[in-house]
Design a protein around this ligand. Structure first.
Ligand SMILES: Cc1cc2nc3c(=O)[nH]c(=O)nc-3n(C[C@H](O)[C@H](O)[C@H](O)COP(=O)(O)OP(=O)(O)OC[C@H]3O[C@@H](n4cnc5c(N)ncnc54)[C@H](O)[C@@H]3O)c2cc1C
Length: 417
């Protein structure tokens, strides 16, 4: 029987493995690290004496690949979030607080209700959002919509910064439009915030490994870093690991689901994005005050989003390149000061951890987006997967899962399982 060899056990690789195994294919997954999950992982942190995520990951109820993947691995209840879309904000500069409560349906009646829309905005301000849906590939967001005013500062900028992990003004209008098309344009039911409970591994990784474990034809090899790909003619002939070489049968397929810089090292001929943006997360071991929202957008501070869990408070700073090299201790004080003000906490800094992901995602600029390759390559048995390939979405869980699913469809069609 032919085999689908998947290199990289992040969510793209797991998604490819799950979708292939579900169709009865023989699957070999090779992951360099000692655990699967890649940039979406949980680990035991000694400073907090708790299992935490490398970073807070937010998905939206309208993320179809997320729903499909969680259903496939038996984890459809692994995400928590409100019944209706709701986004609370605190402005540290002015002390103002507000909650946006969109309606469930696609017709945005809620923008006519001043208690539900962004303070300081008028209903007609929202019409400009539609312009992003028809933007051209080379356009930046600033070329399409006004990047100032209350709607921008209090809603669009924070949401787009989180979704694109790139300074929104310079980011690709097409990628912004893709996010809006699948969320805001569909109505509140499509953008209810969802967070993994109790952590990322429990929702996205462990159930996938358990699912693969139930499939006789699927094997997961951790601690296997692919060193070299041997090509012969128009095909991959072998995968070389430090201690073994896997020779491919003629009908075997390789799905390369590693980050762009690893892909570029292994196959220099494939063009990949070359610029990245970091994300900084701070975790504080303290139960949030009663009544604190599960998620709070912060304006006018260094912290951007605060996530409140039962036993800890976590902070995300996206496109954090200006602060990522700062001293951890100093960062923890800065971010704790923002948390204390935003949540009205009057106690000193609790035990903390700072997690820096320097290459969290590719920079979602029009120039970098143009460097994203498709799933197929010029080699007949080599496919690509990853949040960075050309899925039409920014580098998100949804993009990673879609890319893996598509690679699995193409790989299974090749071997006709
Ligand atoms: C801090 C942070 C916060 C984020 N927040 C969000 C969010 O809120 N919402 C959202 O949707 N997305 C978020 N993302 C993005 C999301 O995590 C990624 O889009 C997704 O995890 C990418 O999955 P992937 O499989 O494409 O890549 P990766 O997770 O990078 O997987 C690639 C895998 O390949 C392995 N590998 C590398 N080299 C080799 C080799 N030579 N041989 C074998 N294996 C190899 C790596 O170890 C890794 O496991 C965030 C990312 C970060 C870092």
């Amino acid at each position: 029987m032919s085999t689908i060899h998947i290199v990289g056990g992040g969510l793209a690789g797991l998604s490819a493995a799950v979708a292939s195994a579900a169709q009865g294919a023989s699957v070999m997954l090779y992951e360099a690290a000692g655990q699967a999950g890649g940039r979406c992982r949980s680990y035991y942190d000694a400073a907090l004496d708790a299992v935490i995520d490398n970073g807070n990951h937010l998905v939206l109820s309208g993320n179809t690949a997320v729903q499909e993947y969680l259903r496939a691995i038996g984890a459809k209840d692994a995400l928590a979030g409100p019944e209706h879309a709701e986004f609370s904000f605190a402005d540290l500069g002015t002390g103002a607080r507000w909650t946006i409560r969109p309606g469930d349906g696609p017709l945005p009646w809620w923008i006519f209700d001043s208690a539900r829309r962004v303070p300081g905005t008028k209903p007609w301000d929202y019409a400009s959002i539609g312009l992003l849906l028809t933007a051209g590939r080379s356009q930046r967001i600033v070329d399409v919509v006004s990047c100032k005013g209350s709607l921008w500062e209090k809603l669009l900028r924070p949401l787009l910064l989180a979704a694109l992990n790139t300074e929104p003004e310079k980011a690709s209008a097409v990628l912004a439009g893709a996010v809006l098309r699948e969320t805001l344009a569909k109505g509140g039911l499509a953008y209810r915030p969802r967070i993994a409970k109790p952590n990322l591994a429990a929702a996205f990784v462990e159930p996938a490994l358990a699912f693969l474990g139930t499939k006789g034809g699927a094997m997961v090899h951790l601690g296997q870093r692919l060193r070299r790909i041997a090509f012969e003619g128009d095909a991959v002939a072998a995968l070389e690991f430090p201690e073994s070489t896997v020779r491919l049968a003629p009908e075997d397929t390789v799905v390369l689901a590693v980050p762009p810089w690893v892909t570029a090292d292994l196959v220099p001929e494939i063009k990949t994005p070359t610029e990245f943006r970091s994300i900084v997360n701070a975790h504080f071991k303290l139960a949030p005050p009663p009544g604190a929202p599960a998620m709070l957008g912060v304006i006018g501070g260094t912290a951007e989003w605060i996530f409140n869990f039962a036993d800890r408070i976590s902070v995300t700073v996206s496109a954090a390149d200006a602060i990522v090299d700062k001293d951890r201790e100093a960062l923890s004080w800065t971010l704790w000061a923002d948390v204390a003000r935003a949540l009205g906490i009057d106690s000193t800094r609790p035990p903390w951890q700072i997690v820096k992901e320097k290459r969290a995602t590719f920079a979602a600029t029009p120039e970098q987006a143009a460097l994203r390759p498709g799933c197929r390559t010029r080699w007949r048995n080599l496919l690509l997967a990853g949040d960075w390939i050309d899925t039409g979405l920014p580098a998100t869980i949804e993009s990673a899962l879609r890319s893996g699913h598509k690679a699995a469809q193409l790989a299974c069609a090749r071997v006709a399982v």
